[in-house]
Structure formats: structure tokens, C-alpha cells
Design a protein around this ligand. Sequence first.
Ligand code: SF4
Length: 486
Amino acid sequence: MKRPRAEPGSEQLLSRETRLEPISFGRWRLLLAYPAPYRVGMSSLGMLTLHRLISRRPGWGVERAFLRTGKDPLASLETGASGLAFDAIGISVAHELQLGAAASLLQRLGVEPRRTRRSTSRGRERSPLVVLGGPMTSINPRPLAALADLVIVGEAEDAMGKLCDELEQGLDHETGPGTLADEPGFWWPAAGAPPPSPLRVGRDRLPAHSAIWTPDAELRSMFLVELGRGCDRACAFCSTSRVAAGRCRLVEADRLLSLVPQGAARVGLVGAAVSDHPQLQGILEALVEGGREVGISSIRADRVNRSLLDLLTRAGLRTLTLGVDGASARLRSLVRKGVTQDQLVRAARLAARAGLRRLKLYQLVGLPEEEDRDLDELLRLTLELGKILPVTLAISPFVPKPGTPLADSGQAPVKEVERRLRYIRRGLRGQVRVQPSSARWAWVEAQIARGDEAVGEVVLDVWEQGGGYSHMKAALARTRAKGKVP
Ligand code: SF4
């Protein structure tokens, strides 16, 4: 097969990757395109897992493309081909604010982003089937209809095989969904039916794991493997436990350890509830004794103990990341977070004794019923923790997500959330590193999260016109006035 010239920089990126399997080329071609840069996409276990599964399928070649800053055309990392060279383009959308990025990705790959324009392209250069998936589909896939010929709703591991079967039989965006119309989890927006319920794969399908790692990823040179999927804690604001991933499905230690390749010096343990895994200590011991470094997602303060922290320190961890998720004990109780001030202080002391160098705290601001006295409690707690270890406070404005108990609780006005963020920054200035997310874009995220197909079209309108937040706010407000956003 003739290989087109690769895009600049891709040869170097490819040469620095460690791959368990060679690059696959075949009669059918899938482009896995990620709406963020290479370093982010190559830390996405979902993308890496689909890449591994389809690369093994006889007759199939899987290539990758990533969004870069700028406006220049994008192409496949492996061959430099444009999007039009593929039978299908798969894009994983993690959250609502990636819609515009997904549109840019398609456009710069040479593919018309808007589904309704693509569907009238008969006679022009043939478009690949645009398939969207990822965590956002479990929460509310409707806005994705503006872009997608086909949406895989929920966990896609089993569905990708069925999709490939259909593509081999000639499925494209003009043939209609074929037999996929009767398959659970597939949504063909042009057919006009409502989206199906999210797919969930069985425990036997777990764990997701990577087959490529690279020093150029955010999770640098890490073999990624999931300890489990979902969470049973059911914090009231969290979509992971309710809709995004559902009930906790844990992976047995023996199975997980058997998948770690000999050559992987660094192992990233992924999951929403890693510290709830009853065999976590044994898994860490085995990895550390094998001479590996370990990276781990955030840990619940009520699961921290001395031996766990000693192991994590030996595994190379330098920062202990804890979810606080409520400014005061009152709010944490209201959202059923179940983490106390004493547990947080104790975890910080144990971390300092174990030799960790920093605490990173995830905090929500703008929860229902939040008042300044709650923020004062947050300031006192953060400063107390800061006396034990240097603290980074990552603050996300609360976004009510469909399917959670707080879905209809509303959001504090943007100006009020911005005032609260300033209040916290002022209270911690010079003492704590504060990393706030944007209150404005959290508002946009909430509008899209509960929007329908028309909201997806509005997002594309604004994206096409190069509009920023003010433009998006006005357009979404007009749509809401017409009853498109509840
Ligand atoms: S916030 Fe964390 S602990 Fe709570 S339900 Fe979500 S994943 Fe589980």
C-alpha cells in the first residue's frame, strides 16, 4: 500500500512510542481522532483501548489524529492521510465543552463537521462515517447529533466489533444504520428516534489497558490499566456513579498484574474508585517489588493509611491527590461526599510522614445552599492543611449533570461564582496554589449537558462564526427562550 507523506513532527512522535503491537494497516481504515493535543489523547485510556482492540481485527488499519493549536490542516499521525481517506472517523468526547474542538478536528481533517451538510454530499468526494462516543454520550448524547452520523452511547468495547462488521458490509453515512438500528447502544440521529440507554460492558471485558506508551504524553511513559470502572459511593453531584459509568466493577489483582508488560517501568492505575479496591495494597506491593513506578488517580481521604502511603512513596508518588468536593462539613454532608475534616487532616499528616511533598485537593464551588460561611470553613481547612504540606487547590464550579440528584438544583449565577472564586483566591493568596476553572464555561457546560439536538446546532453556529463566551451565552439564552434548553 502506498503511504502518503506523514505530517511534520509525527515521525518523531512515532519513533518515541513504545508499542506492544506493530502499526496496523488493512483494507478497512479507521481514524481515531482526539479533540485535544497528542499529549492529552495519549493519556486517554478509552482512546488507547479502542486503538488496541481494533488494531487486532484482521483486515483493519487504525490510525490516530490529534487536535493541535492553530488552523493548519490535520492528518493521520501514521500515514499523513486526510480524514477523507478513511472508512470511518471515531471521536471520543469526554465532556460538553469538547463539541467545538470535535468540529475543528473534523474540519481540519478535511471533513464537513455538520452532519446535515455531509448527508447531502452525494456526488462530491465521499465522506467517512463520523462516529462519536465517549463519556459524554452516557450523560446526554443529544447535542452530538449536530456532528455525528452515528453515536455509540455508553461503553463502546463490544459495540466497536459490530460497527466494524457493518462497515465491512458497506455501511456509510448515506446507507442508513442497516442492522445497527436494532442493536442496543447505537443511535443514528438522522432516523429521528430518541437515543438509546447507555451500554455497559460486563466485568469480563475489563480492564481497559493501553498497548502504546510514550514520554510525550501527560501521563509520561506510563502503561495505563484500569483497576475498576464505576463507583458505588453515589455522591449527589457525580455523574460517574449514576450515569457515566454506573455500578463499580472491580478487576481482580491477578488479572490486572498479568497484563502489565515486562518492559513497562511506569504503571498508571486508572479508575473512579481506585482506593475502594480491596486488593489495592497487594497490587501496589507487586508493582513496587517489580521495580516499577506507579501513578494513581485521586484517593478518598477515608481510605488513606500509613502502609498505603509508604507504598505509594516507594512507587515514586510525590503528590497525594484528594477529592474534597464541598467547601464545608455541612455541604459535604448535603452532597453525601462522606469525607470529614479530621480525615483530611489525618491524611495530610500521614502523607507528610511518608515523605510525600504536596497535597492536591479537588474542590467544588457553587453547590446548592453554599454561603460565605462555607467558604470561610474551606479557607480555614485549606490553610490548616497547608501548614502540613504545600497545597494545590483545584476548584471547579459546580455543573448540575442530568441523571444526578442535583440535576435540577440550578447553578449560582456566573458573576456570583466568580465572586466566590475571587474570595477564595484572596483568602489563600501567597499561601496556597489555587487553580480555578472558568465559571463562564461551567455555565455553558451545564446548558449543553441538558440540551437537545438544537443546542448542538447552536454550539456549531457559534463555533463557525468564531464566537467566544459572550456569543455562546447570547445564542444559548435565545435557544433557551425558545424552549430548547429546559
Ligand atoms: S465523586 Fe468520586 S467517590 Fe463520589 S461517586 Fe463520584 S467517583 Fe465515586
